[in-house]
Every structure is written in structure tokens, then in C-alpha cells.
Design a binder for this molecule. Structure first.
Ligand SMILES: [Zn+2]
Length: 397
């Protein structure tokens, strides 16, 4: 058997020393084994209640570069608390994309660092979480049920986060698209966004109206992309179908419901009605991203981001930031984001994560972040401490 760590103590079965040790941790059971007598010993570990903290790319890349003390200190503290099973900082598809867009020789080292900080824990793919939320809202819409849908924590994670970490984690191969196309797409999206600013600056709509405009705009873009995909398919372009953005697939997904009982025209009409309905607008990820973009509209109206070149630079990471906050934020106990996103998230009009009780931190408040971590230390009970000493002998005595 593969012993991960040999122990100084003798095997309780055969009394032999030097061949007895920890093998693995699975479903809150630690297995020890002895290569002398070939017997197993099992230890039942106490339940853990980990806080989920999303560390954005900004935090992780600063921690990785290790040039600024506050990041280094916070990263060490996080690694220690994660090892003691108090917190978990899963990585996401947004980290994977942003890291691979980074043109740097240390790209893979950064990605390794991110996976190590996460101890292998990963969020489900962003498109999958969006699909689940869409499906839940559409089901409520069809049943004329509640317009607000609850967040189910299980939707966001591959595995239960509240189990003890094993010694080894499976290193998932990242799902990567065409990196060059992604880089170009990111530039194009920011360019198109900044080009809208003169119109936004002249508009007189309210914050609430802006949120609705954003949501309806997203609904229209879903429909448009679906029809573009159909047109390509009609022209015999199967590759275009296969490469269609996941957004185009969402409408197709809606059309699968009641396929046997509803004519295709009626299905399409119903999907179109759904995309302008309150049920659609209250989809958690959409509500949050619309709040953030309404915030941007407000700032533009107030005279911010007048210089297009500077605006493009300042907002370069906006779509990724908005994705990480809106898709993963509701499933987290806390998120660490950049200073501007922190301000937007907590602006009185927006308060985008308030319904989910997610705490928001940034470099604007290191003390607040550390005092949040201090509170979590209270979960380090005698039980957990003892179990940590058994799982990681000698490390935390
Ligand atoms: Zn033995």
C-alpha cells in the first residue's frame, strides 16, 4: 500500500515500527495502514464546516508574485487555514481563462499556484451554473411560480466542500478555447462597451431602468445568437453549430421543454416571452451583473470614463470580474475582489450580493479581511484540532 506519511508510533496491530502511516482521507475517514502486517486502521474525523472564499485573479496573481507584503501575509494565512480545514478557496473557469490569457513565461506556475491554493477544489463551469439557474427560473416561469429562485450551494461545486481534504487531489485538465480568439474577443468586448459611453452619458434613465435595459439586452442577445447559429446550420455549416457560443445554446435548451406537447412556434414564442419576464430578470447571475453594469452606466452619466483609451485600460478586466462576482459570488461566504468592484458591489443602489449574505473584501480593507478570518478561527474546535494532528502529524502541534 502507498503510505503518504510514515509515523513514529508503532503499528497498533503488529507493534512494528517504521512501516505504519497515513494512507488517505476519504469521506471524513482517515485510513492508516501498515506495510509490515498489511492491516488497515480507520479514524472517523469530525464534521467540518468550511467557509468558501473566492479569491479573484488580482489577489492570486499578487500572492503568486509575492512582492507586496499584505498579499503574501494574507496568502500564507489562507493556505494555513485551508490546511486546517477551516476555509476553502476553489478555483473557477474564470481563473483558468484569465491565467491562460496572460502572456508570461510563468503562466503555468501561476496556474499551479492557483490550484494549490484551492487544494484542488474547483467550481463547476460557469456555463453550467448559468444553465442550472436558467432552468430553475424557466421552470418557475412555466408554473407561474415565485420569481425569485433560491441558490442551491450544491449547484456550484463538483464535490461536497465540507469534507476533509485528501493528501492528493486530481489535477483536472483545464477546458480551454482558442486562446488567441479569447484575447481578441476580450479586447473587442471592451472596445464595444466603451463606444457605448457617449450614449450612456446622455441618457436620463434611472438605476432601476438601466438594470432592466441590461437584462433585456442580454435576453435579446441570447435570441440573436440562437438565430445566427440556426442560419449557419441552415447553410450547412456544422462547424459553426459546434463552435456556437454557449449563450446560443441556452435558447435551444429552453426549446427542449415540453417538446412532445408543444408546437415549435409556440415553444419559441414562450421562450421569447420568458426572456423579457421578471422570472428571467431575477436569475441570480443576471441580476448581479445587471447591477454592476447599471453601476457603470451611473458613473458614466456622472462624467467618469470620458477618455476612451484610459477607460479601455481601466476596464480591461471588467467582463471577467463581473463573471466571477455574478456567477460564483452567491455561492461563497466571502469574495476578495479589486477595489473598484468592491465599491460597485457595495454601492447603496446596487448591493448586488446582499441577498446571498456574501461578504466582500478588497485591498481597501485588509484589517476587515483579517478580522473576518479571525472570526472563522472560532470554528477551530478541540475536535478539529485533534483530528488535524492525526491527519497531519507534527504539522500543527
Ligand atoms: Zn502492522
Amino acid at each position: 500500500m502507498l503510505i503518504t506519511q510514515y509515523l513514529d508510533e508503532p503499528c497498533p496491530r503488529c507493534g512494528g515500527t517504521g512501516k505504519y502511516g497515513n494512507v488517505n482521507v476519504h469521506h471524513n475517514v482517515l485510513r492508516r495502514g501498515c506495510n509490515h502486517c498489511r492491516q488497515w486502521t480507520h479514524f472517523y474525523l469530525p464534521d467540518v464546516n468550511k467557509k468558501v472564499i473566492y479569491l479573484d485573479q488580482f489577489f492570486l496573481s499578487h500572492a503568486f508574485r509575492a512582492q507586496e507584503k499584505p498579499f503574501v501575509e494574507a496568502a500564507h494565512r489562507i493556505a494555513d487555514m485551508a490546511a486546517r480545514q477551516l476555509i476553502v478557496c476553489p478555483y473557477s473557469s474564470v481563473h483558468t481563462s484569465e491565467t491562460h490569457l496572460w502572456r508570461h513565461e510563468q503562466q503555468q506556475d501561476l496556474f499551479t499556484f492557483i490550484k494549490q491554493t484551492a487544494r484542488g477544489q474547483k467550481f463547476n463551469e460557469d456555463f453550467e451554473i448559468k444553465r442550472i439557474q436558467l432552468s430553475r427560473a424557466f421552470t418557475a416561469f412555466r408554473a407561474e411560480g415565485d420569481i425569485t429562485q433560491p441558490i442551491e450551494k450544491n449547484d456550484a461545486f463538483r464535490e461536497d466542500v465540507n469534507t476533509w481534504d485528501d493528501y492528493f487531489y486530481i489535477d483536472m485538465r483545464p477546458i480551454l478555447g482558442d486562446i488567441e480568439a479569447m484575447r481578441q474577443g476580450k479586447l473587442n468586448a471592451i472596445e464595444a462597451l466603451v463606444n457605448l459611453f457617449p450614449d450612456w452619458a446622455a441618457s436620463t434613465t434611472s438605476f432601476a431602468e438601466d438594470m432592466e435595459i441590461e437584462a433585456k439586452g442580454y435576453g435579446q442577445s441570447l435570441m440573436k445568437q440562437y438565430f445566427q447559429m440556426l442560419t449557419a446550420l441552415g447553410a450547412g455549416d456544422l462547424i459553426a453549430y459546434l463552435n456556437a457560443p454557449t449563450d446560443a445554446m441556452y435558447v435551444e435548451y429552453l426549446l427542449h421543454y415540453d417538446k412532445d406537447t408543444l408546437q415549435s412556434d409556440a415553444q419559441l414564442a414562450r421562450a421569447a416571452k420568458f426572456l423579457v419576464s421578471p422570472h428571467f430578470m431575477m436569475i441570480p447571475h443576471l441580476r448581479i451583473s445587471c447591477g454592476l453594469f447599471a453601476m457603470l452606466r451611473k458613473l458614466v452619466k456622472e462624467g467618469a470614463y470620458k477618455n476612451p483609451e484610459k477607460a479601455r485600460k481601466k476596464l480591461a478586466g471588467l467582463f471577467y470580474d463581473s463573471n466571477c462576482i455574478s456567477i460564483f459570488g452567491p455561492y461563497c461566504d466571502a469574495i476578495f475582489v479589486d477595489r473598484i468592484m468592491h465599491q460597485w458591489c457595495e454601492a447603496p443602489q446596487a448591493r448586488v450580493l446582499e441577498p446571498y449574505g456574501t461578504a466582500i473584501f478588497s485591498v481597501a480593507g485588509w484589517d476587515a479581511f483579517h478580522s473576518y478570518l479571525d472570526d472563522i478561527e472560532e470554528n477551530y474546535t478541540e475536535d478539529i484540532h485533534r483530528a488535524v494532528d492525526i491527519v497531519y502529524p507534527g504539522l500543527y502541534t
